[in-house]
Design a protein around this ligand. Structure first.
Ligand code: BG6
Length: 506
């Protein structure tokens, strides 16, 4: 008789999910409440977890198992945007939740954790499989890995995996140092560096779009592509993350990881298979082909910005320097735009303009691929609309893809107008897309690292970002240089105008 599993429906999902325990360090933090627990609950709701699945939360705050369950229930109810709260699913799921309080610097904590893991392993038959999820301050990653290793928890009867949130270091050297320290207790194949952009359905769909179809790939190169624009715009300000953000800035926070990974997905060569290392090798190769710029090039090809105060529709928005906890003289970039060049045969000479910023007019992430214009126009009467052919991959919101082209306007004569051919996720599939964290957590449990960042990719992206950081750190900027609620500094427009291009208004 098969064991009845309330968490897994084998008829609906082809990938078998192994038994395991997920240990979350930083269980009292924001990410756990907003993303991790709602994602795990949703996986339970969809019957995608194993029968004995268990979660151990760890943080300093003293709490009983029951109090932890209560807290997590509130988080799931508050932050599960599109998932109904089902009492029965929650009861079954909460039965596997427990909590261990302690200080990560205290070796006792790891001993208590080891005892807890043993107890769960025996009672829930999780087979020694454990995934440690580090959702703490980055400075705690190495000490936790060391603590786990010291208590012998880096190895066990089943598999052991370590999931690490960004940032992976703050420059090339610190990224290497962090990896070395993690590798003392976990080998590279057990380290899962999470970049939640790679878990977004729309980012994964770039691969389906490019390599599942025959018609786009022949155009996907320097002969037909004029340039590429990648925009990661946010309307929110720094919120309550001033301490972290002042150190990081937009370049490190969004471009070094998320947007360079998106660019790698757009520009990489087809991989030989869809196996983890095959895909990751191609991403890595692309990242290594991005030209690291000289200081002179950086002055022309990279623009930092910082938002100043503004009043929008009668509502006063503070400038970055007026935000809570921010230094009133801060030189932190809350906006960054960079022109990257990929040095390979496919892309030589094609600019990749990448920009991101806080307090821009709206939240939108998109990739716009602009194709070369027709070589000449034969429509004499046309009144001159020369809008370029654009392929727009909309990562969020309104997920979809559109192709813009010119069409004849109805009526006498030959007047051309831009029109759009649209694919929209919501209406085409009519089903919910899993959140990035659902996808990535499940992948890590299954042991599929395709969408996780490998150390060589981290190093490759720091190698192109670090020279920009160095120039920006050595320069005093006349900040603020854009008003909250606008599309960034004028210098970013000038950067494109010098090549005869202009930013799209998404
Ligand atoms: C995070 C950054 O990694 O990504 C945040 O630290 C940013 O500053 C966030 O707001 C954006 O993610 P998303 O999924 O909302 O686009």
């Amino acid at each position: 008789m098969p064991i009845e599993n309330p968490f897994q429906d084998p008829l609906r999902f082809e990938r078998q999910v192994p038994e395991c325990i997920v240990v979350i360090f930083g269980a009292n933090g924001d990410l756990t409440k907003r993303k991790l627990l709602p994602a795990l609950y949703r996986l339970a709701y969809d019957r995608r977890l194993s029968t004995g699945f268990a979660v151990v939360g760890i943080s300093r705050t003293p709490m009983s198992d029951e109090q932890f369950r209560q807290k997590m229930q509130e988080a799931v109810q508050q932050f599960s945007e599109d998932t109904q709260f089902d009492e029965d699913v929650w009861k079954a799921f909460a039965g596997g939740l427990s909590y261990v309080a302690g200080d990560i610097a205290d070796p006792q904590l790891y001993r208590r954790l080891a005892a807890k893991l043993k107890e769960i392993e025996d009672s829930r038959r999780t087979g020694g499989n454990v995934m440690f999820y580090l959702s703490t301050q980055p400075s705690q990653y190495a000490p936790i890995a060391q603590g786990l290793g010291g208590a012998g928890l880096g190895k066990g009867g089943g598999w052991r995996r370590l999931v690490v949130e960004k940032p992976f270091g703050h420059d090339l050297e610190s990224a290497r140092e962090l990896s070395d320290r993690l590798h003392e207790s976990f080998d590279e194949s057990s380290v899962y560096r999470i970049d939640h952009y790679l878990g977004k359905e729309t980012v994964q769909n770039i691969l389906a779009f490019r390599f599942g179809n025959g018609i786009f790939e022949p155009l996907w190169n320097r002969r037909y592509v004029n340039h590429v624009q990648i925009t990661g715009a946010e309307s929110i300000g720094v919120e309550d993350r001033a301490t972290y953000y002042q150190e990081a800035g937009a370049l490190d926070d969004m471009i070094q990881n998320h947007l360079l990974q998106v660019m790698a997905t757009i520009a990489m060569e087809p991989s030989a298979s869809f196996r983890a290392n095959s895909v990751r090798d191609e991403r890595s190769k692309l990242l290594r082909s991005i030209r690291a710029m000289t200081p002179e090039e950086i002055l022309r090809n990279a623009v930092p910005g910082q938002y100043g105060p503004a009043s929008i529709g009668g509502k006063a928005l503070p400038g970055f320097r007026q935000e809570k906890g921010v230094d009133p003289q801060s030189q932190t970039n809350t906006y960054a735009a960079v022109t990257f060049f990929v040095e390979n045969w496919r892309w030589a000479g094609v600019p990749f303009y990448v920009r991101t910023g806080k307090r821009l007019p709206k939240r939108v992430t998109e990739i716009a691929i602009q194709f070369n214009p027709a070589p000449l126009t034969i429509f004499d009467e046309d009144d001159g609309d020369r809008s370029p052919n654009l392929l727009i991959v909309r990562i969020q919101p309104d997920e979809g893809i559109s192709l813009k082209f010119l069409s004849k306007r109805p009526g006498a004569g030959m007047n051309l107008r831009p029109v759009s051919m649209d694919f929209n996720y919501g209406s085409s599939f009519g089903e919910r897309s899993p959140s990035a964290y659902e996808t990535l957590l499940l992948d890590a449990i299954i042991g599929d690292a395709t969408l996780y960042t490998r150390q060589d990719m981290v190093e490759a992206s720091w190698s192109v970002i670090e020279p920009i950081q160095n120039v920006w750190r050595a320069t005093h900027f006349d900040f603020p240089n854009y008003a909250a609620g606008t599309w960034g500094p004028a210098a970013a427009d000038e950067m494109l105008a010098r090549r005869g291009h202009a930013w799209r208004r998404p």
